[in-house]
Ligand binder design. Sequence first.
Ligand code: ZN
Ligand code: ZN
Length: 393
Amino acid sequence: MRALCWTSGGDLAVRQVPDPELRNDHDVIVRVRRSAACGADLSLLAGQAPGPAPDDVLGHEFLGDVVETGTAVRRHRVGDRVVVCASVACGACWYCRRGLPACCDNGSTEPDAGEAEWGHPVAGCFGQPRAAGGFAGSHAEYVRVPYADVGAFTVPDSVGDDRALFASDAAPAGWMAADLGAVRPGDVVAVWGAGAVGQLTARAAGLLGAGRVVVVDRHPGRLLMARRHTGAEAIDLRHTDVLAELRELSGGRGPDVCVEAVGGAAEEPRSLADRFTGRRRAPEALREAVHACRKGGTVFVLNGGARLVDAFPIGAVVHKGLTVRGARQHGQRYIPMLLDRMARDELRTEHLATHHFPLERAAQGYALFRDRPDDCLRAVFTPHDQIDGRVGR
Ligand SMILES: [Zn+2]
Ligand SMILES: [Zn+2]
């Protein structure tokens, strides 16, 4: 089959790779209908270690049709249209049973690599390096989905592909930030980053009853989209004193919940040496979130691409009594609820799919997604049809 691979030079190319096969009774094989580029992939493309190996297939946000099922699969049949959680969890270990699937002990083919990187093995993720699971990605004609009863979800007929696609990764990430960030009715919530995850965090905060939601970004097109589709207010950080503005609109205190959702694009390594040591420049959005947050509030960090950061304002965390949390999306916990809301038209995400490309042009899709010359919010790849160009609203 054809798939988008990381090449030995660190570029992307569509190559011929072996078809995936069932390797476990709990697997299914999915024929991909849609697969989206995610901000987390940009960290990989920026050359950040630990990177993918040559010929690794990228991509983790996807939906498709089940074409083959293992003998132990109970919830899926051939022909089901499913959205697959970007992260891979077993559903049965100590962490999964406690509602923490992204912390799964059995979700990685390379637990030692995860342990070396983060102190513990964590759930896998499709199309990521070994430390994050070592599973082939979704920018391909077919994908093997392990633990399919746990991580694949049948999409209601009324929910279109471009809407359901984002239930794989961006929507659960955004919902989780609002949920675990403890957004309460009436809260003021500020979100740094108006990409797909930031917009869906803003929408989740609104649905959870936030009184005021503000999105901070430097791209006018994204801010406009966030205002139009999430009901959030927008702050263009290029023209505004962000801290003063946030204080002004939160009764002088600062937002109750601050979410950093800037993704991998915003914090590129400064130099070649930084790439090798994993050192990065100061995390500007996170630092601003910590300074802006009201005393006793919560800062939630979604940027899984960040490894080590300099100049983290730990003093502000202590003196202001902040709660700082982070997580990779616990999608298995949220996706059924998100699909219900999508079916009820409460949660609309299709506007995020601004550009569609056939798989052959996926490398160009990534370039557009990274450089955003055309207000590209998400590049979506369609391995089996010939949709090309701008289709979003
Ligand atoms: Zn992602
Ligand atoms: Zn588990």
